[in-house]
Design a protein around this ligand. Structure first.
Ligand code: ZN
Length: 175
């Protein structure tokens, strides 16, 4: 779950601040994943990630437009930064990411799209503000679409593909 949870979404400004940060984060992370899939020679997955990066950029622009004239509060990185499926300690987005297999990349993306979807879903359900609930419902549906897309890709990805074992210059792996 993304901290601090839906009870901190006091109004439209807080929701848009989170949405803007989440979308910009996914734009950046997907661009990195696309680069790493190109290195990994998975051009189709790279293309999927470029598309998702472009959605992030378009949504961020959309949110900025909605926020015109409002002053958005500053929020903390842990409210929007991507996390690893195995837990926050794993350096999945740092020095290891270029060794990531196609399945690991899709898993990482699915994990974070699901977090975004769950965040919006909770706000949509629990906010006392009708306008906040309305916007959160739209955002939840968009994220749900991304979750469905990634699940489909994951279902079609080859099984049992692990990390590249023979990397000549491995980064420092925590182990
Ligand atoms: Zn998304």
């Amino acid at each position: 779950m993304i901290r601090p949870g839906p009870e901190a979404i006091a109004g439209v400004e807080e929701l848009l601040a989170h949405a803007l940060a989440l979308e910009s984060e996914s734009e950046a992370r997907y661009a990195e994943l696309a680069d790493s899939m190109e290195v990994h020679n998975s051009p189709e997955t790279a293309e999927l990630f470029r598309r998702l990066s472009a959605y992030g950029a378009a949504h961020a622009e959309d949110v900025s437009r909605r926020a015109t004239g409002l002053s958005l509060p500053a929020i903390s990185p842990w409210d929007y930064k991507w996390t690893c499926p195995e837990g926050p300690e794993t350096a999945c987005m740092e020095d290891a990411h270029y060794l990531m297999s196609l399945r690991e990349a899709l898993d990482l993306a699915l994990h974070n799209e699901s977090r975004g979807r769950d965040f919006y879903a909770e706000v949509a359900e629990r906010s006392p503000h009708p306008e906040v609930r309305r916007i959160a419902t739209e955002l939840r549906d968009e994220e749900e679409g991304h979750v469905a897309l990634l699940r489909r890709w994951l279902a079609e990805a080859p099984q049992g593909e692990g990390r590249q074992a023979d990397d000549p210059d491995p980064p420092n792996m925590p182990e």
